[in-house]
Design a protein around this ligand. Structure first.
Ligand code: GAF
Length: 441
C-alpha cells in the first residue's frame, strides 16, 4: 500500500484566487477583498470550554477563504445576503434577508450553512459591535478545512466572515494578522460564538472561534474559558523532529444533534448539585487540594454525572500539565515528550470511557497510531466521529498514516484522510491589498 496523500493547505494566493474566481462567476463583479480564517486542532482540553475550563488548541494552516462585497446602494436588494460555496453543487446563490435573521427555531431560522454567515452579521448587531444595521453583501466561500471532520470548519467560516465585515464596516476590531488587536478579536470571537449557538443552533463553547481569531504562528493557544484570557505557549514540533498527524476518520461528526447538548446539560446540572458556578470551580478546588475527587463524585446523583465530572476535572488538570511542560520545554524531547504523549493517551481514555464521545473509528485510529509508534494519540474536537491526532516522529508520518489506513481497510471502514498540523496564524485579509480596492461601497 502506498502512503496516503496528506490534505494540503492552500497558500494565501491559491485560496484568494479560488474564492475570487467563484465570486466573479457567481456575481459578475470583483469582490472588495478576500479574507481567510483557519480551522483548528485541539492538542488537549476536550469538552472543557463550556465548563469554564482550559484548553490548548492550535490553528491549522488549512483555512476557509471568503470573497466579499457589500451590495447596499440604490440598485441593490435591501439587506440581502447572497452566498455561494465551492463545497456545494452549482446552483443559484442562497439568499437570506438579513432583516429577518434570528435564533434557530424561531421565525428567523436560516436553513443550512448560510446560517453561519448570516449569524455573524446578526451577532455583530446584537453585540453592538456594528452600531448600524449590517448592509446586504455577496459572499463566495471556498475552503481546504475538511468539512464535518471536527476541525472547526464552522468556526473558520464564521471567523472569516467576522474579519471581512470588521474591515468592510470599519469596525476597527481585528487589526491585521501581523499586528492583531487581541481585545477586539476576543469581541469578534464572542459574536461568532453567538452566531453558532443561537442562529446555527449548535451549543458549542468558544474554543474554536478563539483559536481561529486569536492564535499565533508557532504557538498553541492556552485558553482560559472562565474569562477567555489567553497565553501563547511556544510549540516547535519541527525543531523536536516531531509532527502532529491529524487523522480524519471521515465518519462525520455533528454538533447540532442532541448528544453534545446533552453532555453540556449534564455538566451544568452536576455543577449546580455541587453548589459550584461551573465544573471549573471544582477542578480548581481539586488542584488546590481543597477537595478529593472521590468525595466530590460521591455527592452526585447519577453514574452519568460522576463520569462526566471526572472527565472534565481530570482533563483540565491535563491541560495545565501539558501547558507547563511546553513552557519548560517548547522543543519536546525525552521525559517531557513521553509524559505529554501519555497525557494525550489519558485524555482519549477519559473521553472514551467517562465522557463517551469517542467512536469505533476514532478508537481504531488512536490504537493503530499508537501501535505504529506514536508518542501519544487521542480524538480531538467534539467527537462522535471526526478526527484524531497522533504525536509522531517526523520521519514516521507516512508509516503511521499507512498503518492507520491499513487498519481501516481491514475493518471494512471508509478510508481515512490525513493532514499535518503546524501551529499557524489567525484570521485576516489575504488579498488583494486594501489599497488596490479601496472601500467597496
Ligand atoms: C466542538 C465545540 F465547538 C467546542 O466548543 C468544544 O466544546 C469541542 O467540541 C470539544 O472540546 O469543537
Amino acid at each position: 500500500m502506498t502512503a496516503p496523500q496528506l490534505v494540503p493547505a492552500w497558500t494565501d494566493e491559491e485560496g484568494a484566487a479560488r474564492a475570487r474566481s467563484l465570486f466573479t462567476r457567481a456575481f459578475g463583479v470583483e469582490p472588495a477583498g478576500v479574507w481567510a480564517a483557519p480551522g483548528r486542532v485541539n492538542l488537549i482540553g476536550e469538552h472543557t470550554d463550556y465548563n469554564d475550563g482550559l484548553c490548548l488548541p492550535v490553528a491549522l494552516p488549512h483555512r476557509t477563504f471568503v470573497a466579499v462585497r457589500p451590495t447596499d446602494g440604490p440598485r441593490a436588494p435591501a439587506r440581502t445576503l447572497r452566498a455561494v460555496s465551492a463545497q456545494e453543487d452549482d446552483g443559484p446563490p442562497r439568499e437570506v434577508d438579513l432583516v429577518t435573521v434570528g435564533p434557530q427555531g424561531g421565525t428567523g431560522t436560516v436553513p443550512g450553512w448560510p446560517a453561519y454567515v448570516a449569524g455573524v452579521a446578526w451577532a455583530l448587531e446584537q453585540e453592538q459591535l456594528a452600531t448600524e444595521p449590517v448592509p446586504g453583501f455577496d459572499i463566495a466561500v471556498d475552503s481546504c478545512v475538511p468539512f464535518g471532520a471536527g476541525l472547526s470548519s464552522s468556526a473558520a467560516l464564521e471567523c472569516s466572515v467576522a474579519v471581512a465585515l470588521d474591515e468592510l464596516l470599519d469596525l476597527g476590531l481585528a487589526g491585521p494578522p501581523a499586528d492583531p488587536d487581541d481585545e477586539g478579536r476576543a469581541r469578534l470571537a464572542a459574536a461568532c460564538v453567538r452566531a453558532e449557538n443561537e442562529v446555527a443552533g449548535a451549543p458549542t463553547g468558544g474554543m474554536d472561534q478563539a483559536a481561529s481569531l486569536r492564535a499565533r504562528d508557532g504557538h498553541a493557544l492556552l485558553l482560559d474559558c472562565r474569562d477567555f484570557s489567553i497565553e501563547h505557549v511556544p510549540l516547535d514540533l519541527a525543531a523536536a523532529g516531531l509532527e502532529l498527524l491529524v487523522i480524519d476518520t471521515r465518519a462525520e461528526h455533528r454538533l447540532v444533534d442532541g448528544q453534545y447538548a446533552r453532555r453540556r446539560q449534564v455538566c451544568e446540572e452536576a455543577a449546580a448539585l455541587l453548589g459550584a458556578a461551573s465544573l471549573r470551580e471544582v477542578a480548581d478546588a481539586h488542584v488546590h487540594g481543597e477537595l478529593e475527587l472521590d468525595a466530590v463524585l460521591a455527592r452526585l446523583a447519577t453514574d452519568e454525572q460522576r463520569r462526566r465530572v471526572r472527565h472534565v476535572v481530570t482533563e483540565i488538570g491535563r491541560v495545565r500539565f501539558v501547558a507547563q511542560r511546553l513552557r519548560q520545554a517548547p522543543v519536546l524531547g525525552g521525559w517531557a515528550l513521553s509524559v505529554v504523549g501519555q497525557a494525550l493517551n489519558d485524555s482519549h481514555e477519559s473521553l472514551r470511557e467517562d465522557y463517551e464521545v469517542s467512536s469505533r473509528e476514532l478508537d481504531l485510529a488512536v490504537a493503530a497510531a499508537r501501535d505504529a509508534g506514536a508518542y501519544g494519540a487521542r480524538m480531538t474536537g467534539g467527537g462522535f466521529g471526526g478526527s484524531a491526532i497522533a504525536l509522531v516522529d517526523a520521519d514516521a508520518v507516512d508509516a503511521t498514516a499507512s498503518a492507520v489506513a491499513r487498519a481501516f481497510a481491514e475493518a471494512d471502514l471508509r478510508a481515512p484522510s490525513f493532514l499535518v498540523a503546524t501551529a499557524a496564524g489567525p484570521a485576516g485579509r489575504v488579498g488583494p491589498p486594501r489599497s488596490e480596492t479601496g472601500r467597496a461601497r
